[in-house]
Design a protein around this ligand. Structure first.
Ligand code: F6P
Length: 350
């Protein structure tokens, strides 16, 4: 068989590990692999690079993606998708593996019915906002990077007895803030899923500061982790807190971690998830499955089992529906995350 692979959307640490594992699995089964450059752009334009065992040797430890990535507006149009389907036929591809987040998987779902080529998605996005997978490639590394950054910030915050608001990526999803904040000993975690208004956020933060700097409390630093999807500009929030802190002689500062969190060598867990999902993606193509995603431990009631007990095959239509629920808060997954955060909340601020 001839298999194509592309990485699309925001890059995520572990994408290279998936490319390497796919190349290995294809070589083992006697299939050819070809990579498309810069996601769907490369697919539409026919920009390919050969993927050989030599070219992927030792690749897993590198962040980013050797294929390049992009968010491709043209692919969202019917003509872009028709051009992509035409390119798959021209290149004689039997399967296409799409490694990316929600936008990329939406694209894969649109393309699948337009081509006899089997289209299989692998979830990769630091945001962990893809439905029906407990992890997407890149999430674990991003959480570890956040914790490392927050630890460093805590050192300087403690030295100066300061308040820090640290903003982390995640688009509409607060997962990175929740998990990173808990592991970094944050005093408060602000996520969009809670739906708090600016006034509520301000009041809660001010109450936290009141408790933290009460006489006799002797607290040396306050760390507030804020997800980027919270509708309160981080600098503005810090300015508002600073006003209340000024009489106490305490300073507040902000740090926006931004793209720092998306780079770096993938963690062992991200490499492992990437490798096993890539194997499962090839098996899906070999089995003739299309319009599906291979998912990491989504729950036994979701999709179909594969040869790997941690990986299940889920129709992309179901994935995209569940993604919307995760983001609008109606998914049990989001409700579960918020319930856990509620349990921790009172303790964080003690
Ligand atoms: O989806 C991954 C992500 O890093 C989000 O967390 C963030 O909102 C967005 O991509 C940033 O996109 P860009 O790199 O295009 O600015």
């Amino acid at each position: 068989m001839r298999i194509g692979v592309l990485t699309s959307g925001g890059d995520a640490p572990g994408m290279n590990a998936a490319i390497r594992a796919l190349a290995k699995a294809c070589a083992g089964a006697g299939h050819d692999v070809v990579g498309f450059v810069r996601g769907y752009h490369g697919l539409i334009g026919g920009e390919t690079v050969p993927i050989t065992l030599a070219s992927v040797d030792g690749l897993s430890r590198h962040g980013g993606t050797v294929l390049g990535s992009a968010r491709c507006k043209e692919f969202e149009t019917a003509s872009g998708q028709a051009a992509a389907a035409g390119r798959l036929a021209e290149l004689g591809l039997d399967g296409l593996v799409v490694i990316g987040g929600n936008g990329s998987l939406t694209g894969a779902h649109a393309l699948a019915p337009q081509t006899p080529c089997k289209v299989v998605g692998i979830p990769a996005s630091i945001d962990n906002d893809v439905g029906h997978t407990s992890l997407a490639i890149g999430v674990d590394t991003a959480v570890n990077t956040i914790v490392d950054a927050c630890d460093r910030i805590s050192d300087t915050a403690t030295a100066h007895r300061r308040v820090f608001v640290v903003e982390v990526m995640g688009r509409r999803c607060g997962f990175l803030a929740m998990r990173g904040g808990i592991a970094a000993d944050a005093d408060a975690i602000l996520v969009p899923e809670r739906g708090w208004t600016r006034t509520e956020i301000r009041q809660r933060c001010l109450a936290l500061l009141e408790r933290s700097f009460a006489p006799g409390r002797n607290k040396q630093r306050v760390l507030i982790i804020k997800a980027e999807g919270v509708p309160y500009d981080t600098r503005e929030l810090v300015g508002d807190l600073q006003q209340a802190l000024a009489p106490r002689g305490v300073d507040a500062r902000e740090t926006v971690l931004g793209h720092l969190v998306r780079g770096g060598s993938p963690s062992a867990l991200d490499r492992l998830v990437a490798q096993r999902l890539a194997f499962a993606a090839l098996h899906a193509i070999e089995d003739g499955a299309t319009d599906v995603m291979v998912a990491w431990e989504p729950g036994d009631d979701v999709g179909a089992p594969t040869r790997d007990p941690s990986v299940r095959r889920v129709p992309l239509a179901d994935v995209l529906t569940e993604t919307e629920r995760v983001l609008d808060g109606t998914s049990p997954v989001t409700r579960g995350r918020l319930a856990l955060l509620d349990l921790a909340d009172g303790l964080l601020a003690l």
